[in-house]
Design a binder for this molecule. Structure first.
Ligand code: NAP
Length: 259
């Protein structure tokens, strides 16, 4: 049993849907005060209402994580509303699928800004609050795609997710000065709105290639993030954990038939 995060102040970017909603749900269930952020207000409001109805203390802020002014304003106003900041879950991300030959420079830049620049911006905006509190936690949502695996159409996405892990190493050293840890969760295929957009054939193919024979649930990622944010994980920094039902393990698809 982890020490409770009751009353802690938490931000979850991309918290209106999918994995971010799962992370917010897990933290809210422990009694943390959670701010979820995204660009679209309708889904933010819906998720916020849903989590509060379930007993959470959740608010929302509209924020574009690729924009410095937007991130800084969101972090500062959340810290004001929640009496400081204890945990930053930099989760928001996008994964349009376009092969290199068809990709324009604008799409490459947009994906890198949404997924990688955002990690830098969220950490940078949180530092003054962690400095003031004398402690802090950052959890990044990376991916298996990029750092470990590849998939056609996701060269920009893979680069951004591997880039997050490169950022993580030096950030862990620099954040230690503020008694702050930073770690990353690397999800496999998690059943979210974003993944559903890829179509049923994609979902079926992925489920069939996972030793545990199912796509992950958003709470699976929320639980890993909660661990990194817990007091018990206080001596872990600059690390990453794969949460994928064993997807990266098989040497061939045939080997799954041997189970
Ligand atoms: P999702 O269902 O599409 O949700 C994405 C969330 O991020 C939404 O709340 C979205 O809200 C927000 N968002 C997107 N662009 C944003 C921006 N520029 N500024 C602020 N918020 C933004 O995606 P998901 O599947 O939950 O993925 C969440 C994270 O997990 C991403 O970093 C993704 O790369 C990572 N991941 C997912 C999987 C998976 O299998 N699902 C696997 C590995 C890693 P708005 O559009 O309203 O802004």
């Amino acid at each position: 049993m982890l020490t409770s995060l009751k009353g802690r102040s938490v931000i979850v970017t991309g918290g209106s849907k999918g994995i971010g909603r799962g992370i917010a749900k897990v933290f809210a269930a422990t009694g943390a005060r959670v701010t979820i952020t995204a660009r679209g207000e309708e889904s933010l409001k819906k998720t916020c209402d849903e989590l509060n109805r379930a007993g959470g203390t959740v608010r929302y802020e509209i924020c574009d994580v690729s924009d410095w002014d937007s991130v800084r304003a969101m972090v500062d106003s959340t810290a004001k509303a929640q009496g400081g900041l204890d945990v930053m879950c930099a989760n928001a991300g996008a994964f349009p699928q376009t092969k290199i030959v068809d990709m324009d420079v604008a799409e490459w830049d947009q994906v890198l800004a949404t997924n990688l620049r955002s990690a830098f911006l969220c950490v940078k905006a949180a530092i003054p609050h962690f400095d003031r509190a004398g402690k802090g936690r950052v959890v990044l949502t990376s991916s298996i795609t990029g750092p470990i695996t590849g998939f056609p159409g996701w060269s920009h996405y893979g680069a951004s997710k591997a880039g997050q892990l490169g950022f993580l190493k030096t950030a862990a050293m620099e954040l230690s000065r503020y008694n702050t840890t930073i770690n990353a969760v690397m999800p496999g295929n998690i059943y979210t709105e974003g993944l559903q957009d890829l179509g049923q054939e994609y979902l079926d193919t992925m489920a069939a290639s996972i030793p545990l024979k199912r796509l992950g649930a958003v709470e699976d990622i929320g639980n890993a993030a909660l661990f990194f944010a817990s007091d018990e994980a206080g001596y872990i920094t600059g690390q990453q954990v794969v949460v994928d039902g064993g997807q990266i393990i098989p040497e061939s698809l045939d080997s799954l038939g041997e189970i």
